[in-house]
Design a protein around this ligand. Structure first.
Ligand SMILES: C[S@@+](CC[C@H](N)C(=O)[O-])C[C@H]1O[C@@H](n2cnc3c(N)ncnc32)[C@H](O)[C@@H]1O
Length: 364
């Protein structure tokens, strides 16, 4: 790797501004469709994987060129020195995303497989370096996956409850709501606890990637000493005491058990308790951020109950003067049942379902 590294951090649609804010701490970010491109110094690949909470995957930009012919493209790919990333004889995985006429995958694949040999079969899943070739708008871009397992897999959520949020979406949602770990937090519909655990990790200044492995650790050029130092600095920077309180509550005792075990595995402190989010709430010690993803009603029989639940929760917000509120609701009528006026709304997608993150103040 050279002194300047350019990576592409991919994220779920709508989270780009949140990811861009996180990326500013690592280098020069630029929002592009589906993520953020970051230019930074040596070690950017390591730091991006270790610190980005909102990214789903980080890939290293190997080359970007104007499009010529398929043969010229194959020659350019063959000229890339992959020895820093690949052990001798190690098969590559190759994904081709081509939207350019004249560059269909069936024509490109045999040319590129020859140029990059050995390449694992297109439908096979190996452990070798994974290359992604993207051809669009007259350019081609070759990127190398640096993450391996998606970054949402932090390693703590071995159990989910009903409809758990992806960890990266939970972190992005907190960022969009302006949360940085410096104030009290509460999720009154916590389910398996993802939002509260991500909030507690931010409050503790815990790096999201500190307890998992990454694809870049298998590269021949991987600098083990620098990586060990980076992990040590991240661990030493964690706040051991004095973090603002983080709470999670739910009506369902089973979900709370799951949340408690997930938090234990994540090594974070969360105050879990059983509570009906629509019931009168006498008040929290200090105001902060309340963030939840409300039930979406995907299950048969649940849908009819939801307008009532949303209205009752909207009324319960009056018990929380001073609190800021961020709720993820499905796009459409249901969110209006809260009868609460948000100051901002962000369009997101949760497991393919279009939804809105509404952000505002509790005392309306
Ligand atoms: C969409 S899930 C939340 C998922 C969670 N964000 C996660 O990552 O696992 C909604 C949760 O709301 C809870 N719930 C439904 N009605 C409730 C109520 N009146 N009070 C508190 N929790 C409620 C359900 O038990 C469920 O765990």
């Amino acid at each position: 790797m050279g002194l300047t590294e350019v990576v592409f951090a991919a994220c779920a649609p709508g989270l780009e501004p949140a990811l861009e804010r996180e990326a500013r701490l690592l280098g020069q970010p630029r929002c592009v469709a589906g993520g953020v491109e970051i230019e930074g110094g040596e070690g950017l690949v390591r730091r991006a994987n270790l610190w980005l909470r909102t990214a789903g995957r980080v890939s290293l930009r190997l080359t970007e060129l104007p499009l010529g012919t398929p043969k010229a493209l194959a020659d350019a790919v063959a000229a890339i020195d992959l020895r820093p990333y690949r052990r001798p004889g190690e098969p590559l995985e190759l994904e081709i995303l081509s939207r350019a006429p004249g560059f269909p995958e069936r024509r490109l694949r045999p040319l590129l497989e020859r140029a990059l040999a050995p390449v694992a079969p297109a439908d096979g899943r190996g452990t070798g370096p994974s290359l992604r070739l993207r051809i669009s708008q007259g350019r081609f871009e070759l990127g190398l996956d640096t993450s391996g397992e998606p970054l949402s897999r932090r390693g703590y959520r071995l159990e989910g409850s009903r409809a758990p949020l992806r960890e990266t979406l939970a972190a992005g949602l907190l960022r969009l709501a302006g949360y940085d770990g410096g104030e009290p937090f509460w999720d009154p519909f916590c389910g398996s606890g993802t939002l509260a655990i991500e909030a507690a990790a931010m409050a503790r200044r815990r790096a999201p990637g500190v307890a998992r492995g990454f694809a870049f650790e298998r590269w021949p050029c991987h600098d083990r000493v620098a990586w060990a130092r980076e992990l040590e600095v991240a661990r030493a920077g964690e706040r051991s005491a004095g973090a603002p309180p983080v709470g999670g509550s739910d009506l369902n005792a089973g979900a709370l058990g799951t949340a408690r075990r997930n938090a234990r595995r994540a090594g974070v402190e969360v105050d879990w308790f059983r509570h009906d989010a629509t019931a009168h709430w006498p008040g929290r010690p200090a105001a902060g951020l309340l963030a939840s993803n409300l039930p979406f009603g995907k299950r048969v029989g649940e849908r009819g109950e939801l307008p009532r639940l949303y209205r009752a929760f909207g009324r319960a917000l009056a018990d929380l003067p001073g609190w800021r509120v961020a709720v993820l609701v499905p796009e459409g009528e249901l969110g209006r049942e809260l009868r609460w006026t948000a100051e901002e709304s962000h369009r997101l997608s949760n497991g393919g379902l279009p939804c809105l993150l509404l952000v505002g103040r509790a005392n309306h």
